[in-house]
Design a protein around this ligand. Structure first.
Ligand code: DP6
Length: 364
């Protein structure tokens, strides 16, 4: 076991929990969009390669965790989405609780009501697992802090929240802080770790400040293949090793790009990462395609627009058909016009979400 893993257990075992009977805590956590993608994991939610993401600002989950001390042992909780009981979420929470119980043993001693809501529409194809697991982990850390205030400083609080989030959903560990978060050990990025997300610690050129992300909702249906299954298909994948070392090199290159502000290099790297992610899906066994014809229409329109205008707009994709349109703030007006006029027709019901880079979770 990693030394840090031990450290989290050790700290949690000295928690004295005799003071907290019932109450509630609330957090708002953002979604994030990866520039270098996490695709492939091993062990207990450990990434096969380091990834980096922009934390978003407008797409978020708000979660209130109500707790009440109980006598019996074992997990006891209910989940509500927008005020309605959502039993469909509960198996995922059970596996999360099983993974985190050794780090926050007090969860056995409380019954919980988890109330959650997202700022983005249901089944928009925007994964709520990153923002949702982050918000829940922050609520649980808040409880741990209430139980043991003198042990937990701000630095430890966010680090352990990210550590717990990772055990719920890998990319969730990048949804605690902002604006740029690295997850996965990388020799050239100090303090980077496979166990939790860390803030990108180096110079970031002004070109990347307040970077914009408009999410085009192409397909709001349920994905045919979940991310978790997709990650699994990287085991024994013919291109796995090449992909993991490519991601590693791309993160090194990203460091140079963030410093220089070279937007052409940024575009080339980010689009290649998105297409490589989908190429991995298309070349796994079983193979699958999550892009839709409209995804490709949008990509071609973005390329044509860039060619015509010299714009620095580009796209990225996550594990679905939606397109994240990324652009610098100084192009906001033109690009939003371009999206409305030329891209919104490819979105389901013309729907898209304007977002931008944000600074992380907030206590409510
Ligand atoms: C394509 O974090 O959703 O968005 O760890 O199984 O919950 P689990 O997977 P998840 O995978 C996200 C994959 C991705 C790329 C990324 O965000 O880096």
């Amino acid at each position: 076991m990693d030394k840090m893993d031990d450290f989290f257990i050790l700290k949690s075992s000295v928690v004295s929990h005799d003071t907290l009977s019932s109450g509630s805590v609330s957090w708002q956590s953002p979604s994030n969009i990866a520039l270098v993608k996490y695709w492939g994991k091993h062990g207990e939610q450990l990434p096969q390669n380091a990834s980096i993401s922009f934390t978003l600002n407008n797409c978020h989950t708000k979660t209130t965790l109500h707790y009440a001390k109980k006598e019996s042992k074992g997990f006891d909780f209910e989940v509500y989405l927008d005020g309605k009981r959502e039993e469909g979420f509960e198996p995922k929470i059970v596996s999360f609780f099983k993974r985190v119980e050794k780090y926050i043993p007090f969860i056995h001693e409380y019954s919980f009501k988890i109330e959650t809501s997202n700022s983005f529409p249901h089944s928009s194809g925007i994964a709520s697992s990153a923002s949702g697991m982050s918000a829940l982990s922050l609520c649980l850390m808040d409880m741990e802090r209430l139980l043991n205030p003198h042990l937990i400083d701000a630095h430890f609080f966010f680090k352990k929240a990210s550590f717990l989030s990772r055990l719920g959903s890998g990319s969730a560990c990048r949804s605690i802080e902002g604006p740029l978060i690295v997850w996965g050990g990388h020799k050239e990025i100090e303090h980077s770790s496979d166990l939790f997300g860390t803030q990108y610690p180096y110079e970031i050129h002004a070109n990347f400040l307040e970077y914009q992300d408009t999410i085009l909702l192409v397909d709001k249906g349920e994905k045919q293949v979940s991310s978790t299954v997709g990650h699994g298909l990287m085991h024994g994948h013919a291109f796995a090793d090449a992909r993991f070392s490519q991601a590693y090199d791309n993160l090194s290159q990203m460091k140079t790009i963030f410093k220089s502000g070279d937007l052409d290099a940024f575009i080339a790297l980010v689009e290649s990462e998105a297409l490589t992610l989908h190429a991995m899906m298309m070349t796994s066994h079983p193979y699958f395609i999550l892009m839709k014809p409209k995804t490709l229409e949008i990509i071609n329109h973005i390329w044509a627009y860039r060619e015509e205008t010299g714009s620095k707009v580009c796209f990225t994709l996550d594990a679905g058909a939606n397109v994240h349109v990324l652009y610098p703030k100084n192009e906001k007006e033109e690009i939003q016009l371009f999206i409305e006029k030329e891209l919104s027709k490819y979105c389901q019901n013309g729907q898209y979400i304007n977002d931008c880079v944000g600074n992380g979770a907030k206590k409510l």
